[in-house]
Design a protein around this ligand. Structure first.
Ligand SMILES: [Fe+2]
Ligand SMILES: [Fe+2]
Length: 332
């Protein structure tokens, strides 16, 4: 339903008065003003944000699954407490983001329905399995590390509710990154078997993490408008390079080897150069053929169904509260 109203707005933007509104809007964006939900905005800007914020929210929620898998098997009480807290944070990130998307005129139910119907995307990284405890370290260090690279610039995104949500999210992500790195450090300095486990996790997560930044700039569909609207501040390739530059020395400190024979430091540019990314794998995972796509969606659908009674109870309670305050107002 919102798609229809968005299309009507798109047609509306060709009217002369909207050309003026669009110019005013762009001037505000250029002046680094925040756009708020009730402000005029181009229909395509609204659509881009609904798509991006909802995909981000879905990623936080689906992202709870690979790590949730290890809560019952964490090796100590301290690790279990930290992992529960982290997974709970990811749920909170999903909630802030659904709320930010709702300010654009969609409902959380619509967005969740799209996810469960398999129509909405979420980050491809969460379709990989967590085979050992070291994967929990690798996810915190690398996946949350990549998320931070992507999300810090979003704290300055032109859309107010998204930028504000990102400030808290980034603070929490930096805790996630550190707890992951500390798991890796413990394993890397542990027994030979633990070091092998850490290396194996790094080998499996490294390339999918580089894919998290999205397709190369030359093939990226959404970049131009997003950059002009100051939703996106850095290109996919620039963020990927920043991540590689920050992470390679961290891997060296752990005494681990990155699974890329082409990796070399370029003295002239001061950047780490890396090998070709297998974009066929990325496309396959996005198309639903990753190792865990089906499991992830089945788990989300089962969770939604088993939560039916909670939603019904909350609605029944809200209806009773409304009736009670209506009765009180009538009596007064
Ligand atoms: Fe998160
Ligand atoms: Fe996180």
């Amino acid at each position: 339903m919102y798609a229809q109203s968005l299309n009507q707005q798109v047609e509306g933007t060709t009217a002369p008065e909207d050309a003026e509104a669009a110019a005013r809007f762009q001037a505000r964006v250029d002046a680094e003003e925040r756009i708020e939900p009730n402000d005029w905005m181009p229909a395509a800007y609204r659509r881009t944000l609904v798509r991006q914020i909802s995909q981000h929210a879905h990623s936080e929620i689906v992202g709870m699954l690979p790590e949730g898998n290890w809560i019952t098997r964490a090796p100590s009480l301290r690790r279990k407490a930290a992992l529960i807290a982290k997974v709970q944070d990811e749920c909170g990130h999903g909630m802030y983001l659904y709320a930010a998307a709702e300010t654009l005129g969609v409902t959380r139910e619509q967005l969740v329905d799209e996810l469960l119907a398999g129509k909405a995307k979420y980050s491809s990284i969460f379709n990989y399995p967590t085979l050992t405890w070291a994967d929990i370290g690798a996810i915190g260090w690398l996946v949350d590390g990549a998320a931070i690279m992507n999300q810090i610039p979003l704290c300055r995104c032109s859309f107010g509710p998204y930028s504000r949500a990102m400030i808290r999210v980034c603070k929490e992500e930096s805790f996630h990154q550190r707890q992951g790195y500390e798991i890796m450090l413990t394993l890397a300095r542990g027994t030979a078997a633990q070091k092998v486990m850490a290396q194996d996790a790094l080998n499996r997560w490294w390339w999918p993490c580089l894919m998290m930044f999205g397709p190369p700039d030359a093939q990226s569909q959404h970049s131009d408008a997003s950059t002009r609207w100051k939703i996106k501040r850095f290109s996919n390739d620039a963020l990927r390079q920043k991540f590689v530059d920050a992470t390679v020395p961290q891997a060296h400190f752990l005494g681990l080897t990155l699974p890329d024979p082409a990796l070399r430091f370029n003295e002239a540019t001061s950047h780490w150069e890396f090998g070709e990314i297998d974009w066929t794998e990325f496309k396959q995972v996005l198309a639903g053929n990753g190792p865990c796509n089906r499991d992830r969606m089945a788990a989300r659908r089962a969770a939604h169904t088993s939560g039916d009674w909670v939603r019904e109870a909350a609605q029944a309670y809200a209806a009773k509260e409304r009736a009670r305050s209506a009765a009180a107002a009538g009596a007064a």
